[in-house]
Design a protein around this ligand. Structure first.
Ligand code: DGJ
Length: 713
């Protein structure tokens, strides 16, 4: 056993695996250079803290699974017992499986096998360093004893150095997902728990620890994401002993996981990213990793029209056909029929669970609409909410026992619905059969919008806590459907963006970021969702002129420019708008189609403009040959002229021509003359554009300007 050094993409992991206890992560962060065995041993020894007064008599170090037996008095990484015994462990290292190919385009992986025969437990730690520098960590615990072992918590943690003194994470609610919150990181534990039975509108998404004053383009950062769609926790803990950790795992309810002899439990994956170039650097690692996944969507993301805010429950074949005609005319490529098509679903009070086409509303089934849409050359998508049931449904009347509940009472109602217990074989088989039949009977359906519109509460499975089993069953259902219908894409939606995590995204193709289509709100929602996800995975639609959720009114140009940096779509009754507006909409769709190869493969950058009224972001091509930026004015500014906009991410040595994106109307401004470089553009080096920047036109509030930069040499 030795000290291991894994290196990928400027990131190093140094692991002291000399035993006899669990290995210690000596370093997670910037590359430490070429170190031979002796150098690695010296590094490991040099990072052991001294023994100080009033402490244990030997140095205490943080292992991959901190244990009280090794002096850990922080938040337990493992909590459990066997009939009140075996509640403390002292794992001994048994074996290391190291797979560290010299090809740095392949991941490096270490599996640590350890056991505590006295406690009757064995542990495997799976530690992967991805070619992008992303760390993936998972623990597996097996009960080797002869009696049941109740697991209360098993949570991977990673050490963070003392220089990380500030924390940033996200919270949210319906229609305002991903609000950032930031504060110093004092001694104590910053714990973000979600007990929604789904990922949650308020999910952390990314918990970031960084050096003082870090920003989008600067600072050294460490960040974790807990990839789990059920109850989960993500936390940052600084101890008075001087250690600081980031961690995340599943939240288990008492009695939820009891391991029988020989049974195992695996934690959710903890994704961990390091960057010395600020938040944009973190996103770069995460986006590059996601884009390298075999099933990452690589075909051009079809411009989508979703009918929800256009017609709600008012399903009428002729009206929907007319909407599809208009959609085709403006360049839409996918038409999604939302909630309201199935039996009894005339409002949100009834029908969930009865996944048969409503014979009253659709006397000839969905075929006439699907045929019409696909003949227009558009893909057809359908909304479903498989895990839910309305008490007013045939399914509930036939199978009230299929609902997640505690004996004797139903959970509090939410949007008039309850949750089906997918861990019950009957409920699971019913849903699989219905969804499979729908897709088989309608081969024209190539997309499902998979919704989930309530929190789970008192989610009991045969009287026992059921969220863990439910989460696994949902994953199984999605996996099986995808196996049977490989070409069908799936969107993860949950009352907007309440199911956005990397485990649901392992089996879906995009997320619905929010039910709020107000462009001003969306600017922030998309900026912060983009911390984790690249634009092509984030559905962003042009909503109606007056937002249905905020009542604000925005020009089409602002709505179109904000939605532009995502998986583009429209959610608006475009059959009722003027031909002039439709023509403008078509010009935005055409521009998006021209730029989406860049938007959906490039590096996301955000600007911290000194004027809080000015927001800007962009996407730069991986080879630095071009970029597209959006600059938005949120409100009026204190200063008459807010100051030049520096364009980040360009190659400092190359020269670029920067000009307003062509083909769409200019945003509204109030100025006597515009800056000299507009409207024809300017050619400057990336260095000048990044360090000096460009004066902006005097945009009115709630207006946005798109700029294109193209390298000329
Ligand atoms: C919530 C979703 O977020 C909306 O987009 C829409 O699909 C409704 N559910 C339908 O009930």
């Amino acid at each position: 056993m030795s000290v291991l050094h894994l290196r990928r993409a400027r990131t190093s992991l140094v692991l002291d695996a000399r035993g006899p206890g669990l290995p210690r992560l000596v370093h997670w962060g910037g590359d430490v250079g070429d170190l031979d065995d002796d150098g690695l041993r010296q590094l490991a020894d040099a990072t052991v803290p001294p023994v100080v007064p009033s402490s244990f008599d030997a140095p205490t170090v943080l292992s991959l699974l901190p244990e009280a037996s090794a002096g850990w008095s922080g938040r337990p990484a493992l909590a459990g017992h066997r009939d009140r015994a075996d509640w403390s462990t002292a794992f001994r290292l048994d074996r290391l499986d190291v797979d560290d190919p010299s090809d740095v385009a392949a991941p490096a992986r270490v599996d640590v096998h350890a056991g505590d025969p006295d406690a009757g437990l064995s542990l495997t730690v799976e530690l992967t360093l991805d070619p992008t520098g992303l760390v993936l960590l998972r623990h597996r615990l097996r009960n080797d004893g002869a009696s049941p072992y109740e697991l209360r918590e098993l949570t991977p943690v990673l050490p963070v150095p003392a220089v990380a003194t500030e924390l940033l994470d996200l919270t949210g609610r319906w229609c305002r997902e991903r609000s950032p919150q930031r504060h110093p990181w004092p001694v104590g534990t910053w714990v973000r728990e979600g007990r929604h039975g789904r990922t949650g509108h308020d999910a952390t998404l990314l918990l970031v620890a960084g050096t003082a004053g870090f920003g989008f383009g600067s600072g050294e950062l460490w960040a974790v994401h807990t990839a789990w769609s059920g109850d989960h926790v993500t936390f940052a803990e600084r101890r008075p002993t001087g250690t600081a950790t980031l961690g995340g795992g599943e939240l288990l309810t008492p009695g939820e996981v009891v391991l029988g002899p020989g049974e195992s439990y695996a934690t959710p994956l903890l994704y961990a990213a390091w960057s010395d170039t600020g938040l944009d650097g973190l996103s770069d690692v995460l986006h590059t990793h996601l884009r390298a996944r075999p099933r990452h969507p690589r075909t051009p993301r079809p411009v989508t029209l979703n009918v929800w805010e256009a017609v709600y429950f008012d399903h009428d074949l002729d009206r929907l056909r007319a909407l599809a005609d208009q959609a085709a005319e403006v360049g839409v490529e996918r038409f999604v029929l939302d909630d309201g098509w199935f039996r009894g679903r005339r409002a949100d009070t009834a029908g969930l669970g009865d996944w048969y086409v409503d014979e009253g509303v659709w006397p000839d089934g969905l075929h006439p609409l699907i045929e019409h849409v696909t003949k227009l050359g558009l893909q057809f998508g359908l909304w479903v909410e498989p895990e839910m049931v309305n008490p007013d449904s045939d399914l509930f009347r036939d199978h009230p026992e299929w609902v997640l509940a505690t004996p004797g009472r139903l959970p509090l109602s939410w949007r008039n619905q309850q949750v089906l217990d997918l861990a019950q074989p009957g409920a699971y088989a019913y849903l699989l059969e219905r969804l499979d039949a729908l897709l088989t009977e309608h081969p024209g359906i190539s997309y499902l919008k998979w919704d989930h519109n309530r929190d789970l509460a008192e989610a009991g499975h045969h009287g026992r806590p059921g969220v863990h089993a439910q989460t696994e069953a949902v994953y199984r259902l999605l996996d099986e459907l995808r196996r049977r219908h490989r070409s069908v894409e799936i969107e993860s939606c949950a009352s907007g963006g309440a199911r956005v995590d990397l485990e649901i995204l392992a089996r879906t193709d995009r997320v619905w970021a929010s039910d709020c289509n107000d462009a001003l709100e969306r600017l922030a929602i998309q900026r912060w969702t983009g911390l984790l996800l690249p634009p092509e995975l984030v559905g962003s639609h042009i909503g109606p002129e007056r937002s249905h959720t905020t009542n604000r009114v925005h020009d089409l140009g602002f709505r179109a420019a904000v939605a532009f940096f995502g998986h583009y779509g429209i959610e608006w009754d475009i059959a009722s708008i003027s031909p002039v507006q439709r023509a403008e909409l078509a010009s935005w769709v055409a521009l998006h189609k021209r730029l989406r190869p860049l938007l959906h493969t490039g590096r996301t950058v955000r600007v911290e403009h000194p004027d809080p009224a000015v927001w800007a972001h962009g996407v730069v091509a991986p080879d630095g040959s071009r970029a597209v930026y959006a600059v938005s004015r949120l409100t009026t500014s204190v200063a008459q002229v807010p100051g030049a906009l520096r364009l980040p991410g360009l190659d400092r040595r190359r020269r670029y021509t920067v000009r307003p994106a062509e083909g769409v109307p200019a945003p509204a401004t109030m100025q006597r003359t515009e800056p000299g470089w507009l409207p024809t553009g300017v050619t400057l080096t990336g260095a000048a554009l990044g360090s000096v920047g460009l004066q902006l036109p005097a945009l009115h509030p709630e207006q946005a300007l798109l700029l294109e930069a193209s390298a000329v040499d």
